[in-house]
Design a protein around this ligand. Structure first.
Ligand code: ADE
Length: 302
């Protein structure tokens, strides 16, 4: 997104004045849009990512776009897989801005692969980034600030409701975060913490995602499976996140908001070729042994 792009919001100006947010992965794609909208609404935002060069470049662009005099931006390197770095991210943000109201767990990563080819190292890396990293950020935000002062957390997950073929590692991790969200909503409610998830459809277009997939064309191929018959935008994800962070969602916790125009209800993008590898169970072919050792005359295999 170019430095001169026009940033706006459906929410009222200064909705997040005097609020402080951390957005992991806040320099690119969906995270960047969330950061832009939070800044537009007067929030102070710390963006964090593993790759400092790319993050610093994004921070420069984001800084140049700030139009709200109450907004402030800072950035710091943080590998969310490293417990000490996560602890440092939270404590540095609190020292820098004096408080921590919002945590948006958007940082994550995966690679496409059939499950049968995923090596343990790759599996562990994806689980550690998407599940363990999210857990560590939640725990430290809670323990260092929100347990005493309250706060709002939003976890960005994925459309894995029908499984996630070719992305089984991230599907498993995101489903786990969906459940983690519910556990923490209950455990931390009495501390004034609300926590929800946003599940973007797999067809949210961003320049970052297009670059990761190598071509924008792959996005267009998914359009027939989307009830809206168009791709989603990063702005549409950001609006959902800002809603959940805002007082408009003050009675919503432990919930996951799908932002996919109903695509997860409509179809799966995964086509299974014709095959006969799952034969039917039939009495006459499967139970040839006539030994009776049950009262009802059947021999259970179980
Ligand atoms: N984005 C992708 N992987 C990450 C990680 N390990 N830490 C922070 N942001 C990330």
């Amino acid at each position: 997104m170019a430095a001169h792009c026009k940033i706006s919001s459906v929410f009222r100006a200064n909705l997040f004045k005097d609020k402080v947010a951390i957005v992991t992965g806040g320099g690119t794609g969906i995270g960047k849009a969330i950061t832009q909208e939070l800044l537009f609404l007067g929030c102070k935002v710390m963006i964090a990512s593993r790759k400092l060069d790319r993050l610093s470049e994004s921070a420069k662009v984001l800084q140049s776009q700030i139009s709200n005099k109450n907004a402030q931006l800072d950035h710091m390197q943080c590998n969310i897989r490293q417990e000490d770095q996560v602890k440092d991210l939270i404590s540095t943000t609190v020292s820098r801005f004096g408080r921590l109201d919002f945590l948006v767990n958007n940082g994550g990563g995966q690679f496409p692969s059939p499950a049968s080819d995923i090596k343990l190292k790759g599996w562990n890396a994806v689980i550690e980034t998407n599940l363990t990293g999210t857990f560590l950020c939640c725990r430290e935000a809670h323990n260092q600030w929100m347990a005493e002062h309250g706060g709002v957390i939003v976890n960005i997950i994925a459309d894995m409701w029908k499984g996630f073929p070719m992305m089984s590692h991230t599907g498993a991790a995101r489903a786990a975060v969906d459940n983690l969200t519910k556990s923490l909503a209950i455990e931390w409610a009495s501390h004034g913490v609300r926590i929800n998830s946003v599940a973007p459809g797999s067809s949210i277009y961003s320049e970052t995602a297009a670059a990761n997939y190598g071509s924008p064309e792959i996005f267009n191929r998914s359009i027939p499976g989307i009830p809206a018959k168009r791709l989603g935008t990063v702005e549409e994800i950001s609006a959902a996140v800002c809603f959940l962070l805002s007082p408009a969602a003050s009675f919503i916790s432990g919930e996951t908001l799908k932002v996919d125009a109903g695509a997860s209800l409509y179809s799966t993008m995964w086509e299974i070729p014709d095959h006969n590898r799952i034969p039917a169970y039939k009495w006459e072919t499967d139970n040839v042994d006539s030994n009776n050792d049950n009262d009802n005359g059947s021999k259970s295999k179980l």
